[in-house]
Design a protein. Structure first.
Lengths: 294, 392
């Protein structure tokens, strides 16, 4: 059984009738993901995706009537925090929020609500998660994946695709790929995913993609040094050339007060025994050098 | 978004914080008029402070005292027009100088690891908090506001006690800390700092001396993601200190940061945009910009982004790197083809489009005779070569 997403996933798409919601739901279904429902308040009873997916007014109805256990959110920033809370309230176990641009202070109580109930929130401002060959949630292109035993975790979206593509091109398949999001306040951190990978019998090696800002990579490095000895691991950190004090697109990607630089993060990872790549394309080679044999 | 001290003070005042009166002046004459008002009201000295969005104003000579309106005019003339870290001073803040007994630091930040708002206070005020954190980390005291209930009075009290405040200044401190927290929430700020927060000595009309807490300097950074719901805060953006391309990038909804190199970059996704810059540098080139066209960019955005890149005269090569997920490669390709037909000058370009609808994009680009690359490294190498070729 894979982590976060897999054959057991019964997905409800919050915002299934929007442009992105519909486009990426089609891709998820084409990949084999079990999409059981969509929500669009006021359109309950209708069907979406060429009559394939029933629309409900609420997430609670999707849970009660078709057994949804996972949700993905394609709802604009003004409504996304409420959508997450609705999913938590409905008893959804894993919630993936793709939405970008949610004010950080809105996420503080939402992340706390998820934590108290024990719901797993991934994102916001994340590309989603894929268990290759089984299920795909979110906007990661299906074509880049290959089934295998490397776990990939990243703060970025498109940079994740770059890394996964490099792995697939080198013949290294993935167990789970998850983008945790580039915002300052996110539901699932590097540390959370590293723990899941450590305990996942289907993951034998780990690739981590970080970037400037905050200290999540340093915390991950400390965990790796202590708990991931013997697990082949490689990392890439974006933003070596980023100027300090500027928000580099992601709300969380900023070097402030001289802290959060790529150099500090790379040093912390290397000290922890993690190999750090100069380019995402080097990641497969570094994993092999770290002793990984697919 | 950073805002000026005077605007930050207005936002704190709106939450009931004790901020002494100030006037913003744009000419030495205005400085003189403002100073006269404060001297007439009984000030012994006035302070004139440069309004710029960079730190270290004091060290750069941008903060000065004056003992008379005439002296204030002279000081104003010196500071206005001054260059502080590359920023020209266009305005100053004028106010009565305060008789300071002791300086403190009080700030609220987003604690990313703890996923809470954390308040920090220190009895070592008036210096940069990063400096205190390096030299004497034990001097910084912290409390984390409850994620659901906010900053509770007992938490604010604990912080006041930790920095040594006692009756009768403790309760005013609690009110200030809660007001600071309220200012953060009300404006979607990601940083609110009062540095220094001071104990000021004041002589009342009866000739008696009393002490009270005052917020002497204020710094607020607003969360860009919160701005859409605070249209009144958008006007606080200081266009004097902004690159003109920043406004155009905002209008297009793209993230653009101007840099000093020669290779213009257009990328989708912030992490990949940073990586593209890093690889340009790795292969011996210099990026001219950070540009993230955002998720789901369509051809109008692509055309606008191309104009922004070309507006920089240093750009002599362009690297387009799109890994389609939510963005569809064919829409970007259509935008590039259209942009090239309309663009203001010819610059060699290498395009890499992979991911969603990449096959369609490849066909379109091939028909239009674009130079393409398959991998990120190849694209960066080619762009560096094009740039060096153009420079020769």
């Amino acid at each position: 059984m894979s982590i976060l997403v897999g054959r057991e996933t019964r997905l409800v798409v919050q915002g299934i009738t929007g442009r992105e919601g519909e486009f990426h739901t089609r891709a998820s279904i084409a990949y084999g993901t079990n999409v059981v429902a969509g929500t669009r308040p006021g359109k309950g009873g209708q069907m979406a995706i060429d009559g394939k997916v029933p629309i409900f007014d609420t997430v609670a109805q999707a849970v009660a009537e078709v057994g949804a256990n996972t949700s993905v959110i394609y709802i604009p920033a003004s409504g996304a925090p409420d959508a997450i809370l609705e999913a938590i309230d409905a008893g959804i176990a894993t919630i993936v929020c793709i939405t970008e641009g949610i004010p950080a202070l809105d996420m503080i109580p939402v992340v706390e609500a998820a934590r108290r109930i024990g719901a797993r929130l991934i994102g916001p401002n994340c590309p989603g998660a894929t268990s290759p060959g089984r299920a795909k949630i979110g906007i990661i292109p299906a074509s880049i994946h290959k089934e295998g035993r490397v776990g990939v975790v990243s703060r970025s979206g498109t940079l994740t695709y770059e890394a996964v593509q490099a792995m697939t091109d080198a013949g290294l398949g993935q167990s789970t790929c998850v983008g945790i999001g580039g915002d300052p306040i996110i539901g699932t951190t590097f540390l959370d995913v590293l723990k899941l990978f450590r305990d996942d019998p289907e993951t034998d090696a780990i690739v981590m993609i970080g970037e400037i800002g905050g200290s999540a990579e340093e915390e991950a490095a400390a965990f790796a040094a202590e708990h991931l000895k013997g697990v082949p691991m490689a990392a890439f950190i974006a933003g070596r050339t980023a100027p300090p004090g500027r928000r580099m697109g992601h709300a969380g990607a900023i070097i402030s007060g001289g802290a959060g630089t790529a150099a500090e993060k790379i040093a912390a990872l290397e000290t922890a025994g993690v190999r750090v790549a100069d380019s995402p394309t080097q990641l497969p080679r570094l994993l092999l050098e770290a002793g990984y044999r697919p | 978004m950073k805002i000026q001290e005077a605007d930050a003070k207005s936002l704190l005042l709106a939450q009931g914080l004790p901020v002494p009166p100030w006037t913003v002046a744009r000419s030495p004459a205005e400085v003189g008029t403002a100073a006269e008002t404060y001297f007439r009201a009984g000030a012994a000295k006035v302070v004139v402070k440069a309004q710029v969005l960079v730190g270290g104003r004091g060290k750069a000579g941008g903060v000065k005292l004056a003992g008379s309106p005439q002296e204030a005019v002279g000081v104003g003339a010196k500071i206005l027009g001054m260059d502080i870290k590359g920023i020209t001073v266009h305005k100053v803040l004028v106010g009565a100088a305060v008789d300071i007994v002791k300086e403190y630091y009080l700030g609220a930040i987003i604690d990313r690891a703890g996923r809470r708002i954390t308040l920090m206070a220190s009895a070592e005020g008036g210096v940069e908090i990063e400096e205190v954190a390096r030299q004497n980390p034990g001097a910084i005291h912290r409390v984390s506001a409850d994620p659901l209930l906010g900053l509770l009075p007992f938490q604010a009290r604990a912080l006041g006690l930790a920095i040594g405040l006692r009756d009768p200044l403790l309760n005013p401190f609690v009110a200030i800390a809660q007001g600071l927290f309220a200012a953060m929430k009300a404006n979607d700020a990601d940083l609110v700092e009062v540095n220094p927060l001071v104990i000021a000595s004041e002589v009342g009309p009866d000739g008696k001396t009393s002490q009270r807490l005052l917020c002497i300097d204020a710094k607020i950074t607003l969360d860009d993601s919160g701005l859409p719901r605070h249209p009144k805060l958008e006007v606080l953006r200081d266009l004097d200190e902004e690159d003109p391309t920043d406004a155009e990038a905002r209008r297009l909804g793209i993230n653009f940061i101007h840099l000093d190199g020669t290779i213009g970059c257009m990328v989708n996704g912030a992490g990949l945009a940073m990586t593209t810059m890093d690889l340009v540098k790795h292969y011996g080139g210099e990026p001219a910009n950070f540009l993230d066209v955002g998720g789901g960019a369509r051809h109008e955005t692509v055309c606008g982004a191309m104009e922004l890149i070309l507006a920089d005269p240093n750009v002599n090569a362009i690297l387009v790197n799109i890994f389609g997920g939510i963005t569809r490669g064919d829409e970007v390709a259509a935008g590039l083809i259209e942009a090239r037909a309309e663009q203001s000058r010819e610059v060699p370009m290498v395009v890499r489009i992979v991911g969603t609808n990449a096959a369609e994009a490849a066909e379109m680009l091939q028909k239009a005779n674009f130079v393409t690359a398959a991998s990120l490294d190849e694209a960066a190498e080619k762009a560096v070569a094009l740039s060096k070729g153009a420079a020769r």
